[in-house]
Design a protein around this ligand. Structure first.
Ligand code: ARG
Length: 426
């Protein structure tokens, strides 16, 4: 079914119909499409644009469609071009002639813009909840591993010891910024585009503020051309999702490396690991690899939406129908990833023994040794040089700072005293 046709002498070809149809993915917006229509039709009745009796009949029909959507009984009618057509067809079937008035003072251009914004509001709430859940796992891990010192890396080389809580806190900080980004995006999503119609608004006496209020939007979009052609918020949403994935992929990479035989810092729980079909001994960190790998999909979605929007003249263009492919893909991926990341991280066990062993004679307390000499009056540059020489000596002798006697140490600097040993990590 189509929402148009009068102007044509011939029907569209099957191939054209198939190519232009979006019902196969935009059916996911059914709930928001119905809710938006309820607010719109109530407004039409209130403004006497359509008779109140028609408005009431349509709203009743829409509630029935909504009940079907909510109970999972809604099966998209793939003979319809899109979800808007599908729902209008049902409304006309349920309410008869009244249903034909539903699309007064509206276009699918402002309708889809509204549906997407409503969908995104809900997704942002889910995603921020997911991020909060993951942050709480890092807080829990920090409690579980209190007192644990990790080698801090720069250039993938042992740099300085860091408290476990500092490591966990770094991830918590990343995910907190992700929450801020999504909350900021929400502000630009939360504007009501209906009433823009195709692009130029309408001469019918609509009440956009009423519709906005009904749907919980603080205000309508100011410019009608912008209302139907703006997808900045979709770009932002996918970009924010890409940043979440960037963070998850960094965590994933650390977990993959730390689970290797070479490191053995962590044990990934069995329930969140996988085996090999040929090598019986294998325990693979697939979840972390896929968190890393799915990042590619979302980066692809970001490139996709940016490319779709590039060079589009005002106002609505059908190119924009493709935005949902990228929006849904990014939203699904980020929600799923946050959920599984929280589950697997909650079960990761850190081996104090192996971590301590890895830090043996790694000289990661060299900065502390230099600071010790600064406190004893040396310039930092000289202190750096003295400690560098001690490190070189130790490497050659295959020993650590602690293995040097006080008289050996004083050969490097007479400022070193017995209290030097107290500042060492091991
Ligand atoms: N299906 C379209 C989309 O997803 C909405 C309809 C736009 N209007 C049109 N005349 N094709 O963006």
């Amino acid at each position: 079914m189509k929402l148009w046709g009068g102007r044509f002498e011939k029907k569209p070809s099957k191939a054209a119909e198939k190519f232009t149809s979006s019902i196969f993915f935009d059916y996911r917006l059914a709930e928001y499409d119905v809710l938006g229509s309820i607010a719109h039709v109530k407004m039409l009745g209130k403004q006497k644009i359509i008779p109140k009796t028609d408005s009431a009949k349509i709203v009743k029909a829409l509630w029935r469609v909504l009940a079907a959507v909510k109970s999972g009984k809604f099966v998209p009618d793939t003979s319809c071009e899109d979800i808007h057509t599908d729902i209008e067809k049902r409304v006309i079937k349920l309410s008869g002639k009244s249903g034909k008035k539903m699309h007064t003072a509206r276009s699918r251009n402002d309708q889809i813009a509204l549906d997407e914004r409503m969908y995104m509001r809900s997704e942002i709430n889910d995603i921020t909840a997911g991020l909060k859940g993951l942050i709480s796992v890092f807080v829990k891990l920090a409690k579980e591993n209190s007192g644990l010192v990790l080698p801090g890396f720069t250039h993938m080389q042992h740099a300085q010891p860091v408290k476990f809580s500092a490591w966990a806190g770094a991830y918590a900080a990343m995910f907190s910024r992700d929450i801020e980004r999504f909350k900021d995006c929400f502000k630009r999503v939360n504007v009501m585009p209906l009433g823009a119609c195709a692009l130029a608004g309408t001469s019918l006496p609509i009440d956009r503020n009423y519709v906005a209020k009904q749907l919980g939007f603080p205000s309508p979009v100011k410019n009608t051309l912008d209302a139907v052609s703006d997808r900045d918020h979709v770009v932002e949403f996918i970009s924010d999702s890409a940043v979440v994935f960037m963070h998850l992929s960094r965590l994933a990479e650390e977990m993959v490396i730390w689970s290797t035989k070479e490191f053995k810092y962590i044990e990934i729980p069995d329930e969140y690991s996988t085996g090999s079909s040929i090598m019986p001994q294998k325990k693979n960190p697939d979840i972390f690899e896929l968190l890393r790998g799915k990042t590619g999909r979302v980066y692809g979605n970001l490139t996709g939406i940016l490319t779709i929007m590039k060079g589009l003249p005002l106002a609505y263009n059908s190119d924009m129908q493709e935005d949902k492919i990228h929006l849904f893909s990014a939203a699904d991926a980020v929600k799923e990833a946050l959920e599984i990341a929280a589950l697997v991280m909650a079960g990761v066990k850190f081996s104090r023994e192996n971590i301590r062993y890895a830090m043996k004679n790694d000289f990661s307390d060299a900065v502390e040794a230099a600071n010790y000499l600064v406190k004893k009056g040396l310039d930092f540059k000289d202190a750096h040089n003295v400690v560098g020489k001690i490190v070189l000596h130790c490497i050659k002798e295959e020993i650590g700072f602690n293995d040097l006697s006080l008289s050996e140490l004083t050969e490097f600097s007479d400022k070193i005293g017995q209290d030097f040993y107290g500042i060492l990590n091991q």
